[in-house]
Design a protein around this ligand. Sequence first.
Ligand SMILES: Nc1ncnc2c1ncn2[C@@H]1O[C@H](COP(=O)(O)OP(=O)(O)OP(=O)(O)O)[C@@H](O)[C@H]1O
Ligand SMILES: [Mg+2]
Length: 259
Amino acid sequence: MSIPAAQGPAIHVQGLEKSYKELHVLRGVDFDVARGSIFALLGSNGAGKTTVVRILATLLKADAGTAGVNGFDVASQAADVRESISLTGQFAAVDEILTGRENLVLIARLRHLKEPGAIADELLRRFSLTEAGSRRVATYSGGMRRRLDISMSLIGNPPVIFLDEPTTGLDPEARIEVWQAIRELAAGGTTVLLTTQYLDEAEQLADRIAILHEGRIIVNGTLAELKALLPPAKVEYIEKQPTLEDVFFAVVGDTTKTK
Ligand SMILES: Nc1ncnc2c1ncn2[C@@H]1O[C@H](COP(=O)(O)OP(=O)(O)OP(=O)(O)O)[C@@H](O)[C@H]1O
Ligand SMILES: [Mg+2]
């Protein structure tokens, strides 16, 4: 029996296992994601983050265990799960030949929505792409592409969105812009599951952080809970050097803070 869509966690994962031949990637993964929260799945290269996301997005079948999204079972109610989600993959899935606006209109049409033009314009505005909207995506920077990619995944207002490494390869300014976009999503009630290799990204964004290691979730908690796992802080007197990020923003000017 499935849990009604409006109750229970947005994502429920229990005992998930997946092997590729002899490689046991997932060995019993368990976690829940509360509605409207941001959940970060951390792990190094090859830990199985994309595998988890692909199972939740019904693109891949698990060998064992159960997974539910928006109250629907990924195995037996795949169509309902697909209606409830959007997935922004690890590599941007935008059409280079089209303009930003045309990409958005295309997706809105494919989803049979009314007024695709108005939907496109609103998303361009939300993601600060109005001026770039009439340019071909081939001319966009990596950050603009990512923002367009994320905005495309919001068409139709899915209650749950998966972002697989949303900021990998972006410069510090573009990362902060994408973070801002993700925060706005969660503030609007969307549940966000993101994967990342960056500890600072999880620290900045996530309500809960889980670490996937050797096929299992080895830690799952709030940032404060994770920090409490470490021994108490020692007081040391050191000369504080600026971080490379401090230097970067001092030199180029922090454009994100003036918006
Ligand atoms: N279709 C496949 N066939 C065989 N092995 C695969 C397949 N897909 C993934 N793998 C292996 O499974 C492991 C987990 O891959 P996955 O892509 O889930 O990792 P990830 O945590 O997303 O890594 P990254 O941070 O590099 O994106 C890796 O060792 C990968 O090589
Ligand atoms: Mg991956």
